[in-house]
Design a protein around this ligand. Sequence first.
Ligand code: ADP
Ligand code: MG
Length: 537
Amino acid sequence: MPYQANDKQRAILSDESLRMAENDVRQMNLTAARSVGTMVRTTLGPWGMDKLLVDSDGNVVITNDGVTLIEEMNITHPTAKLIADVASTQETAVGDGTTSAVVLASELIAASEDLLDRGIHPTTIVSGYQRAAAIARKKLVEVAIPVASDTTLEQVATTAMTGSGGERDTELLAETIAKAVRTATRDDGIVDHSAIDVRTFSGGSVGNSRFIHGVLVDKDPPHPAMPTSISDASVLVYEGGIEISETERNNGVAVDGFDDVSTFVRREQTELSGAIDRIVDTGTDVVLAGEGIDEDAQQQLATAGILALRRTSDEDRARVAAVTGATRINTLDTASSDDLGTAGRIEQQTIRQHVHTGNAPPEQTFVFDDGENREHATVLLRGGTIHVLDEVERVVESSIRAVSAAVEDDAILPGGGSTDIALSLAVRDAASAVNGREQLAVEAFANALEARPRTLAETAGYSVIDALIELRTHHDAGERVGLAVGSEMPTDTLAAGVVEPRRVTEIMIKTAVETATMILRIDDGIFARDLSDGDTD
Ligand code: ADP
Ligand code: MG
């Protein structure tokens, strides 16, 4: 428990500062860290339970997603926050395995409480954990399987989406995600995430979501005579507008008398025509403008057969420039054909007709595709409400990252607890060769690795002890089995399509061990304020 600082400490700490004795601080940290894992554990996997949360504004959230849960729990305890960070580290690194990483970290911490009680020094525990992690990592590389086909990628996408609340039209989304990741895979095998856009358009249902090869520019042509479908288009990306500048019109030049006004207007119009002439001279077929395009200019551009899209967003211009190879120019004065990019195909596609009723025309969107510079994928998500869309978007973005990890590493593993059992057995085997008390830490690590299959078995309604014995027995016999939705336990989860990128488990082990180590190494706590005050932010 906290005690007031003594005289010597008071010399450097403020009066309110509290210190804790070594064992107290460690105990408190371990308990806090373990409890986060205990809370999220039963949300793990496809049979995971939901949690009901009431946030600080009184909103009710029901979720079975570990990260959402941790975010919404509003954790204030400093050490518990370290565990919560495990989730965000994992999410950032691979987009999946967040609950798993938190659960493993928490298991390692729970096990170390036991080991400490048995008089084993924290340093010994840390080195045992690190040794065990190295064994597990080596085994992971041995047991990983290369990605066989796009079907495998769809399975990876589906597994990643499981348990995060987005289980709607999973098949369609998985197919879309796999296509997008394939499209954005560069020749060197790295997935270029800037070449994938996830766009959300409300209306319709999730089942109307689809993959679009190319960049979406959600703009209508301002003039009806402009072309709406162009092949081998030369594309100009201009940051400004094609208009008589607002400032001049509103408060710029002082004019006396009618003659001056008409001279002024004429001069402006000449300038505008000059700008359009320069656009035409470059050989432009399509221009994206960042600002407005005056009606006169629209007319002239339409007459010249040019499609001009006005007030395009910064993202639109960035994407189109990246795909077509166009240079984003700030002035038309020096525009030349060198600034142009090329798109093999630009066309208007109907996307939003579901939202319209009656005789309203369907809204349309331009698709820029076959750019000379690189390929681009758009995942178009539809959903009835913003809430649904937000959730689907989050799930899809995570799944894209998981599929990318599978592609980049060309390494996948059977899920549903199968790989965890294999790793656990490998670590347990190696433990006998470890001398001294460190062996106990290595064994504890092997047990902690079984947390996922244990939890899956528990939530699926099996007797945990029997299930684990059965799984281990099969693995000992060389059968890689685990649990899969819709199959009897034990089952070959790879064949059942429950597959994960190797990176998910790799990062899970890495983050969990790092965090457990960090917490175990703390032997002193200095608190500038009383923890029971509540918020520590
Ligand atoms: P995390 O946040 O760690 O990804 P999840 O709730 O997504 O947590 O659960 C992940 C676990 O669920 C993994 O062990 C994974 O292999 C398993 N899993 C996913 N889909 C299935 C399935 N269809 N059948 C059995 N296990 C599954
Ligand atoms: Mg998951």
